[in-house]
Structures are given as C-alpha cells and as structure tokens.
Design a protein around this ligand. Structure first.
Ligand code: NDP
Ligand SMILES: O=C(O)C1=N[C@H](C(=O)O)C[C@H](O)C1
Length: 276
C-alpha cells in the first residue's frame, strides 16, 4: 500500500533550523521536500539544500520564487523575523497552510498572522518541542497554586547566533506564569532584569538571558518563596527535536480548516493526552 507523503516547503532553508528540517524531512518516510526557500539576497541561492545540510544531493535547490509553494501541502517557516509580513502574503496568495516557528516577531507581525489565519490554517509555535509545551502548562499550574507568594524569574540560555532576547519560549513561559496568577503579562514583565532601571518589584516576572557558545536552548523558571524554591528546567540537546516537532505539527495542520493554532492543539499537552 502506498501512503500519501505530505509535501513540505521549508522557508529559511539555509539557516541552522532550516537545514535541520531539511535533514529530518529527507530521513522521514511520510513527508517529501518539494521546495526550499529564502530571500533574494541570500548567498546560498541555487545550491542543492541536501548538500547544504550534509546529506548529499536531494535535487531541491534553494530558491526565492515563492510560486513553488503551489507544489506544497504545507510550509514550515524557520526564517528570520525580517520579511515575515511579505512571506505571509505569499502563503495567503498560494493558500498553503503554514507552521510559523520564527521568534522575535513584532506586534504588527502577530496581528498579520491573526488576520491571515481567518482564511488559512496557521500554527504559530515559538517552540515545537513536546517538553517546552508541557512545561508551559506546568508553570501555569504551579503559578496558580503559589500565587504572588512566589517570586518568579526566568533564565534562558542560547547560542551566540541568536538574535532575539528574551527568547520566544521564555516569553511564553512568562505569559503562562502571569496567567496562572491572574496578572496582565505586559504589566508585570521585566524583560531585562539586569538592566539598571528594572530593580526587583514584588509581583513582577523577570527575565535574564545568557548567550554562549553552541547552547541549543535552555529555559529555567524559578518560583521562590521564603526558605524554598521550585526550579523548572527544560534543555534541548539536539535541534532535530524542534525539526521533528515542526514536521509533526505540519502534517497535523494539513487536516485542519483555516484558524490560528498552537502546539497545544497538536500535542494536547493541556489534556495530558498525546496523539500517537
Ligand atoms: N519554534 C522553534 O521551536 C524554534 C524557533 N527558532 C527560531 O527560528 C528562527 C531561525 O533560527 P535559526 O535557524 O537559528 O536562524 P538562522 O539565522 O540560522 O536562519 C535564518 C534563515 O532565514 C533566512 N532568511 C532571512 N531573511 C529571510 C526572508 N526574508 N525570507 C526567507 N528567509 C530569510 C536566512 O537566510 P540567509 O542566511 O541566506 O540570510 C537564514 O538562512 C529564529 O527566529 C529562532 O528563534 C529556532 C529554533 C527552534
Ligand atoms: O533561536 C533559537 O535557537 C531558539 N529559539 C526559540 C525561542 O526563541 O524560544 C526556541 C528554542 O529555544 C531555540
């Protein structure tokens, strides 16, 4: 019996994550790589993305003509925030569902995502790993239990190539913590805890950032009360974790109607049930 292979286009395909997704797609038997896209100025245009990803030729060349999206069932976008609005316009034009994994997006970009999702299945994932999404639920629950008794601080560590800070995952964890104790995130978030003007305030949620070497992605949420503390830590030791999560989400998204989706919808971690 031949099974239908999901046809995947990877956007940002020459980047750290783009190459990881290419590798994972080439190794999986239920998906097929049909396009690999980047921007017009990319120095890697025209290269075989299989070669770029150290997998040998796969006969898909890095391109910037988004008309090739017509071949795809779904897009996985791990490109940089710059150009996000333009990319969304292509996904709308070619009506191709998208798993958007870019962090550091502006409010305007997020509004454009919401607007696009009126007519397109769009899944926004600042972190496609199972563990980070489970952690978000645990943090919300613990924060609800402890209330404002606990000081909450979030520390994230990433490789030196990361452009945005705090990370998208750290912000999502902070939002979950604020939600848990019934706070408005924007009112309590101290995004740069170590900056001089953001000294400790009771009830705030502080963020601190490390950028060092090749750390793939680590997040710790501290909940500290008098004489004791909880530390919730998630560490990723291979980028393939993110790539495989994105592919899993992409296949799921091809069966959905237009709408704005999150990893929780895919993984059902909130209901503590996994889709096999
Ligand atoms: N959701 C998740 O689980 C994860 C999300 N991320 C996020 O993914 C994003 C990419 O991370 P990473 O791979 O490390 O970054 P990289 O800088 O390695 O890759 C980004 C890629 O995007 C390409 N690019 C730049 N501008 C455009 C554009 N306008 N259109 C299309 N492609 C473009 C770049 O091409 P060129 O190099 O040729 O300029 C580059 O290849 C970040 O926002 C990061 O935070 C990362 C890991 C996990
Ligand atoms: O840029 C990265 O590398 C990562 N970015 C995501 C984020 O900003 O949360 C997810 C992961 O931590 C790796």
């Amino acid at each position: 019996m031949t099974t239908h292979k999901t046809k995947i286009a990877v956007v940002g395909a020459s980047g750290r994550m783009g190459q990881e997704v290419v590798r994972s797609v080439l190794h999986a038997d239920n998906v097929e790589l049909v396009a690999a896209l980047t921007h017009e100025q990319s120095t890697s245009l025209g290269l075989d993305v299989g070669m770029l990803a150290n997998e040998g030729p796969c006969h898909v060349l890095l391109a910037c003509d988004y008309a090739s999206l017509q071949e795809a069932d779904v897009v996985i976008d791990f490109a940089t925030p710059a150009g996000c609005a333009e990319r969304l316009s292509y996904y709308l034009e070619y009506q191709v569902p998208v798993v958007l994994c870019t962090t550091g997006l502006s409010q305007a970009d997020m509004q454009a995502c919401a607007k696009a999702s009126v007519t397109l299945p769009l899944l926004y994932a600042e972190n496609t790993s199972l563990g980070a999404n489970a952690l978000r639920i645990l943090v919300q629950q613990a924060s609800a239990m402890l209330g404002e008794e606990a000081d909450i601080e979030i520390l994230e560590a990433h490789h030196t190539g990361k452009q945005d800070a705090p990370s998208g995952t750290a912000l999502a964890l902070g939002k979950a913590a604020a939600e848990g104790r019934g706070q408005e995130f924007e009112q309590v978030a101290e995004l740069h805890r170590n900056a001089a003007e953001t000294a400790y305030k009771k009830g705030s949620i502080g963020f601190a950032t490390l950028r060092a070497g090749d750390i793939i992605g680590e997040h710790t949420v501290y909940m500290v009360t008098k004489n004791e503390r909880l530390e919730f830590t998630h560490r990723v030791s291979a980028r393939s974790t993110f790539a495989e999560g994105a592919i899993f989400a992409a296949r799921w998204l091809t069966r959905k109607n237009a709408g704005f989706y999150r990893m929780n919808d895919v993984l059902r971690v909130d209901a503590c049930t996994r889709i096999p």
